[in-house]
Design a protein around this ligand. Structure first.
Ligand code: ADP
Ligand code: MG
Length: 745
């Protein structure tokens, strides 16, 4: 056992340093700090050239001071020291030597030390003021004074990489480097057990672990850190995949009830009355599901499908097979709106096969469908609970309410989780406890995801893909409406809406907020942070809100006489379902809502989707929202309205969404544009850590190899008794609370 890794930091670096590290990095153990890896390494050729510093990012620069001026501020007390720096000659080969202005408020040390001609290392966040990029109150270190400073010796600097740690304003990268250097001197690295099996290390020609720890923190050459990082990256992949392999093995070893198809049951009757033919993909996936449901080991399958590819029918057919075999099926939706919509549309699709609970005699080919949500009236809820528990309800549709303790089933055979983006392993497990034997499980993703993401995020599930849309699907055209460059388009949006409505169609208008003073319609964990958001930005302009936009549109001449209604998560549930019903019935022509309509909502007559302040949403959200139109054979249009300037980083997402309707392509793009941690951090893999060295898009081959290795290791040693260090690393991965690895920056 690697007790050394669990050891309190104070034992190895002293009380004072340990306290500082805990305070600023949240790290308390030897292992935590050893595994706090540099985010990148700088060498002369790799420093950020000043001419290319990225807005809003922490950068480290080595530069020479050109000028230093200090003046008293007029508006408030204190002084402002402006320092202009310039790239060292040769720092950016072929690049333009840039200059950058740095401002220090009350920067007495800066005023005294940063004299023209001095060289220093600067580290801080790039901000924009007065049109130009700059740094405000950065940390700096004179290179020719501090003998410990990295990059002190110009000769050495040319070759020696400088590690850059995820730093905070209070604890700089080089302070972290110094503490870790002490740690490397005091910890007996050679005594540590290696989580990587020797065979794998030999095959991959990895550095031995102690050496890898030394070189990842204190490399002499770029080759050093590359080799060290390769090793830890693979280790990360193996730990993750072993955790998943172990879970797969555990799931597979369970015993489930086989639900074999019956020759003349509900499913057969349903297929006969289906108003369309299944796509080839739907038929193929249907066959896979049917086969797995017929076995006495549990199905654990992920169904990925493009928005509108027809996942619901596939799920419904699986549910009917289970009902035919005498079991019950539960369908779990992420929102009440979606649960209610599924309830309505599934009963409609079933037609005469859905019983209303009054008939349902023996030998009758019908199934009762029940709805169970948190906001139902007590009486309706009681009835639904009773029907689930007695087995009267063959199909139970609901929200998270299905997870609560008082819900029980007579014989739950299949759980379908729809549009899952926000359902972690814990919730899946909570549902599985609702059956005496583990039920079969089908998880459906809201948007398609790249293969390696599926392997990582849903690595405990087998995967099926629906990659074609049903024939006759009308195309969706997407436009970015930039109000910054074309203010006049603001009113054009509403006359365009009027045209749709006059043509007999309907319009969605989506806003990022409910009211004028709230943060949006997000339940915790639902919000997708919009990357690249500028705080000052949001404060400067009022974002579109449902209440304000409804008021505005009621006054809008172009929309005079148009029945419109608001819809958002804070409304009374009854009002919500009435509003939705009125929109579905084509009485309400224009719906102003939050992202409550993001997933699954299916109103065929809607043809125009207007998304206000679209830059506030993530790529997959926008793709989902857009998927709400163009459903009924009528061509759809989506307008992504933004007030941001054309070159703004957040507009790249809008351009990406406008450029393609291919969900797989978009999810790749999404991952590239945002930090992966945001996606993986949602913890669907069972662990809560974000990945440190592994990038799911870049390292596909590593992930695939590690998956293979993990499969073999776990296959031969299911309890990992012969791989204690690996088992321990998995525990650390699964319970990161033991050590808060704070990813900063
Ligand atoms: P999603 O995969 O996004 O959940 P849905 O299951 O909501 O998609 O299906 C979208 C629409 O396509 C529904 O109205 C459904 O009835 C319809 N549909 C599903 N399969 C087919 C098919 N094979 N042919 C024609 N329409 C279909
Ligand atoms: Mg759906």
């Amino acid at each position: 056992m690697n007790t050394e890794l669990e050891l309190g930091l104070e034992r190895r670096i002293g009380k004072r340093s340990a306290a500082v590290v805990e305070k600023h990095l949240g790290i308390t153990t030897v292992g935590g700090l050893l595994n706090y890896f540099p985010r990148r390494y700088l060498s002369r050729g790799e420093l950020t050239p000043i001419s290319e510093v990225p807005l809003d990012e922490e950068v480290t620069l080595i530069a020479r001071v050109i000028s230093n001026t200090t003046r008293q501020m007029r508006a408030r007390r204190g002084s402002l020291t402006d320092v202009v720096i310039s790239d060292d000659a040769g720092t950016s080969p072929g690049g333009v030597p840039g200059t950058l202005k740095i401002s220090f408020f009350n920067g007495y040390r800066a005023k005294a030390e940063l004299q023209p001609g001095r060289r220093a290392m600067f580290s801080g966040k790039v901000t924009r003021y007065g049109g130009a990029l700059g740094l405000t109150n950065p940390d700096f270190l004179l290179l020719d004074e501090d003998p410990d400073a990295p990059g002190m010796d110009p000769e050495k600097l040319a070759a020696m990489p400088i590690p850059v740690y995820p730093a905070t304003a209070k604890l700089t990268s080089w302070s972290i480097q110094k503490v870790i250097s002490t740690l490397l001197d005091t910890v007996d690295l050679d005594a540590l057990d290696d989580p990587l099996p020797a065979g794998i290390s030999a095959r991959e020609k990895f550095l031995p672990m102690p050496q890898a720890y030394r070189l990842i923190h204190a490399p002499q050459t770029p080759e050093d850190w590359r080799r060290a990082r390769d090793r830890f990256r693979y280790q990360e992949a193996l730990v993750l995949q072993s955790a998943l392999a172990r879970r797969r093995a555990q799931l597979a070893a369970e015993e489930a009830t086989a639900r074999r198809p019956v020759p003349d049951g509900l499913l057969a009757a349903f297929d006969r009355q289906l108003p369309f033919t299944l796509t080839a993909g739907q038929a193929a996936v249907g066959k896979t599901l049917s086969g797995e449901l017929s076995q006495d080991g549990p199905m654990n399958r992920l169904l990925q499908g493009e928005v509108g590819s027809g996942k619901t029918i596939v799920a419904l057919r699986a549910m009917l097979q289970v009902v035919d075999a005498g079991g019950q099926a539960a369908l779990l939706a992420p929102t009440e709106v979606l649960a209610a919509q599924h309830f309505d549309s599934i009963r409609r699709t079933l037609g005469p096969l859905a019983s209303d609970g009054l008939l349902g005699g023996l030998g009758d080919h019908t199934v009762q469908v029940s709805l169970l949500t948190g906001s139902m009236s007590t009486a309706a809820r009681k009835q639904a609970l009773l029907d689930a528990a007695s087995g009267t309800a063959g199909i139970v549709i609901g929200t998270h309410a299905l997870l609560s303790d008082n819900v029980s089933f007579y014989d739950l055979g299949l759980i379908v989780v729809d549009e899952q983006h926000r359902f972690g392993v814990e919730q899946r497990d909570a549902l599985r406890t609702k059956a005496s034997k583990p039920p079969h499980l089908l998880v459906m993703t809201a948007t398609p995801i790249p293969r390696t993401v599926a392997m990582t995020v849903f690595g405990d599930l087998e995967t099926s893909v629906l990659d074609e849309l049903p024939a006759g699907r009308a195309p969706i055209t997407t436009h970015v409406v930039g109000l910054a460059e074309n203010p006049g388009w603001a009113s054009r949006i509403w006359s365009r809406s009027r045209e749709e409505i006059d043509a007999g169609h309907q319009v969605y208008v989506v806003c990022p907020k409910i009211g004028t003073d709230d943060d949006g319609d997000f339940t915790p964990g639902e919000a997708e942070p919009a990357p690249g958001d500028l705080e000052g930005d949001a404060a400067a302009r009022e974002l579109a809100s449902v209440t304000a936009v409804v008021e505005q549109l009621r006054e809008e001449p172009a929309l005079a006489g148009v029945p419109l209604a608001p819809l958002h998560g804070r409304q009374d549930p009854l009002l919500k379902s009435e509003t939705m019903a009125s929109f579905t019935a084509n009485e309400t022509k224009l719906l102003v809502s939050t992202t409550v309509i993001e997933v699954g909502v299916d109103v065929h007559n809607a043809t125009l989707m207007v998304i206000l302040d679209a830059d506030r949403f993530g790529i997959s959200q926008l793709h989902q929202l857009r998927g709400r139109v163009g459903r009924g054979g009528l061509p759809g249009t989506c307008l992504l309205v933004t007030a941001l300037e054309p070159g703004h980083p957040s507009r790249r997402r809008l351009d990406a969404v406008a450029a393609t309707t291919d969900g797989f392509e978009l999810s790749q793009e999404d991952l590239k544009l945002r930090r992966e941690g945001d996606i993986l951090g949602a913890s669907q893999s069972g662990g809560r850590s974000t990945l440190k060295l592994l990038r799911v898009l870049e390292h596909e081959d590593i992930i695939a190899r590690a998956r293979q290795d993990a499969q073999e290791i776990v296959g031969g040693d299911p309890s990992l008794a012969d791989h204690p260090a690996l088992a321990e690393a998995i525990e650390d991965y699964l319970n990161p609370e033991k050590e808060a690895f704070l990813e900063r920056g």
